[in-house]
Design a protein around this ligand. Structure first.
Ligand code: ZN
Length: 91
């Protein structure tokens, strides 16, 4: 009786160990087969859309889709914040 309990405990331990080993193997195999999605996640999502332009006041690069804009003649200036926008306007 005691032996049967011992055997079942050993069996459960062996199965759970085997399952974790298979899980690790499956994960590494998956990473090996599909390395692209992992790289995709690591890439910074700075460019949510549009081009990157330099703020002429503070020098920060901002996306044209989110930046404040001011047109002077043919030139369009992009600003990271209203503060920079106002500073440029007053200058
Ligand atoms: Zn700025």
């Amino acid at each position: 009786m005691l032996r049967a309990i011992l055997y079942s405990i050993v069996a459960v331990l062996a199965i759970s160990m085997l399952r974790s080993v298979i899980g690790i193997l499956a994960k590494s195999f998956h990473d090996f087969v599909n390395p692209a999605p992992a790289q995709e996640r690591r890439r910074p999502s700075v460019e949510a859309g549009g081009e990157l332009k330099r703020d002429p006041v503070c020098g920060t690069f901002i996306s044209t889709s989110t930046a404040l804009q001011k047109k002077v003649g043919k030139e369009v200036y992009y600003f990271c914040s209203r503060e920079c926008f106002e500073k440029f306007r007053r200058a």
